[in-house]
Ligand binder design. Structure first.
Ligand code: ADP
Length: 578
């Protein structure tokens, strides 16, 4: 993972021959993949230079995990597998965290890592960065392949693309040993060995009887609810999904990355009455959302159990069905086709749910929104999460096209509930694992793939995982404004060392740190904001100028709670409750 001694991008090929480097590049380009996120070093340095020379965009990061996260987010946003390119062993391992996170989130990406010589690795003779990468990657991703011969590069890349995109999308590992790159073959033969993948994510039409079963259940519901997940956002079936909600008249809840599929201000949004609708609904239709921990596994207090509840689940992955509770009406297929089939089956005079249900939701929503408005209107000194996010909320409403990246604990929870999203796929966050460290990688991918301004709202702890990538942001002059909500620590800065020793408590950072100075080192704009007015001004200026900006937003160190809204997952809290 270090400097490559070979400084030039010389190729092993001649006019009549083509080498492994160029077969890889041509295979990617043939499949309309035009960007590589990676980190150069042995044995892939020349590949990055040659890819750039051949017109691909090569975005070099400071750590492979962030390149991998960028590839994952690019996959989610574009429905093409994002490519992450790393060196062997440690570089590969750094990328692997992002690959398994992509797989867990159902984002298509391909981690391509250079590797050491097979003969030496298999005999464990101690090669440079020796590691059996393929074996290690296999259980952590959707599929894993290795190519040993130049003539198989086309097949290797085609299989990787198809595995990443078809069915439930996910992460694929492609192992390319160093020796492969300099292998040559006859040019025409080489080029004709490449494969343009035809229909990599084929539509999957749901069976008519499963459509009828789902509609029957929905029709009989007294208190129906639709839950939209990030699978629905990924599917890019935005108009059909909106039609389904509006034609059925069923209130809906968006999971965090599905926010904006319909504007959060939509009359049928039940977000502000979340607890009520989850507990009270009698029929719940899941659209690209899993009944995992984020939905309390579909049971228990959150769901008002033991009340009778029935589920309809639209998913492309049949194995997902019944994973936590019984699903009365599974609808297996791609979301676009399933939703179109439902719309077709609903006919022209589908009855909306009983008015007492929608009225009860509306009343709760109004009450909760009024409470929220009152909190947002306060202007405490120092700023707290609410007063800072009131500013962000207004800015995102004025600029609905900006992409919001969001990670942290309290910073995540408060941003998700306070900042309304108005357009699909404009919110990227910690996803299924609730992982920290996605921030700068996701922000770079969002800027590179969409050319839209990006606003990253980061907890100070979360930012630390990928903070060095502000250099990457400055180097490529990306229109990214990072706001670090600085409350002096993980969860906050108030914790004390109970031993009485001189070390600070494990969750406390340097007090009064100036994260804004970090970006100034690389020529970006740094701003220290202590009031909502200063914060608003700085964000608006950043969005208008498009210059890389980092705002240190000083937040009350006593604001926020341990682990944000998932305190109950801390073993001690859980033990006290049980
Ligand atoms: P959230 O965290 O937002 O609730 P999840 O990641 O749990 O969402 O669920 C996404 C689901 O969407 C996965 O079960 C996945 O199989 C499914 N999915 C992804 N893409 C499609 C698609 N095009 N059509 C149907 N289902 C899809």
């Amino acid at each position: 993972m270090t400097n490559d001694a070979t400084a030039s991008a010389t190729t092993s090929a001649t006019a009549e021959t083509i080498d492994g480097f160029h077969l890889v590049i041509n295979a990617l380009k043939l499949n309309d993949i035009d960007t590589i996120f990676g980190l150069p070093g042995i044995p892939i340095t020349d590949l990055t230079r040659m890819a750039q020379a051949e017109g691909m965009r090569v975005i070099s990061f400071r750590h492979e995990q962030h390149a991998g996260n960028a590839a994952a987010a690019a996959g989610f946003l574009t429905q093409k597998p994002g490519i992450c390119l790393t060196v062997s062993a440690p570089g590969f391992l750094n990328g692997l965290t992002a690959l398994s996170n992509a797989t867990v989130n159902c984002f298509p990406m391909i981690l391509i890592s250079g590797s050491s010589e097979r003969e030496i690795v298999d005999l464990q003779q101690g090669d440079y960065e020796e590691m059996d990468q393929l074996a290690i990657a296999k259980p952590l991703c959707k599929a894993a392949f290795r190519v040993l011969h130049a003539q198989d590069i086309g097949v290797g890349i085609a299989r990787s693309i198809r595995a990443a995109l078809s069915g439930r999308p996910g992460g694929v590992y492609l192992d390319l040993p160093a020796k492969l790159f300099s292998q040559t073959m006859e040019r025409l033969e080489g080029l004709s060995s490449l494969i343009k993948v035809v229909d990599p994510a084929p539509r999957q039409i749901p069976a008519p009887d499963s459509v009828a079963r789902a509609l029957d259940l929905l029709k009989g519901a007294k208190r129906p609810l639709i839950i939209l997940g990030k699978g629905a956002a990924y599917a890019q079936a935005d108009a059909a999904i909106r039609n389904l909600v509006e034609k059925s008249g069923v209130p809906y809840l968006p999971m965090s990355m599905a926010k904006g599929l319909l504007p959060d201000t939509h009359a049928l949004s039940a977000s502000a009455a979340r607890s009520y609708v989850l507990a009270e609904a009698d029929v719940v239709m899941l659209v690209g959302a899993r009944l995992n921990w984020l939905l309390s596994h579909g049971k228990g207090k959150t769901w008002g159990t033991p009340k009778q509840k029935q589920f309809i689940q639209i998913d492309i992955e049949p194995k997902e069905i019944d994973s936590n509770v019984a699903i009365a009406a599974p609808l297996i297929g791609d979301i676009g086709s399933c939703v179109e089939a439902l719309l077709g089956g609903m006919g022209s005079n589908w009855a909306h749910p009983p008015a007492d249900w929608t009225k009860a939701i509306f009343e709760r929503k109004e009450k909760n929104l009024a409470k929220m408005s009152a909190t947002l209107a306060l202007n405490p000194v120092p700023m707290n999460f609410h007063s800072a996010l009131a500013v962000v909320r207004t800015i995102v409403t004025d600029r609905p096209d900006i992409i919001l990246v969001n990670e942290g604990a309290n910073t995540l929870d408060f941003t998700r509930s306070i900042v309304d999203m108005h357009q699909p796929r404009k919110r990227l966050d910690v996803g299924t694992w609730g992982i920290m460290g996605i921030g700068m990688g996701f922000a770079v991918a969002a800027a590179v793939t969409t050319n839209k301004p990006v606003l990253a709202i980061e907890g100070d702890s979360a930012f630390g995982f990928s903070g060095m990538e502000v250099e990457t942001i400055c180097r490529y002059n990306l229109p990214i404004c990072v706001v670090v909500f600085n409350n002096n620590g993980v969860y906050g800065g108030m914790d004390v060392n109970k031993s009485g020793g001189t070390d600070v408590a494990p969750t406390v950072f340097v007090k009064g740190a100036r994260y804004d100075k970090l970006i100034e080192a690389f020529g970006g704009v740094g701003v220290n904001a202590t009031t909502p007015q200063e914060l608003s001004k700085a964000i608006v200026e950043a969005l208008n100028s498009g210059r890389p900006t980092l705002i240190n937003a000083v937040i009350d160190e006593s604001a926020g709670t341990e682990s944000g809204r998932i305190t109950q997952l801390n073993p001690q809290t859980a033990a006290k409750k049980s």
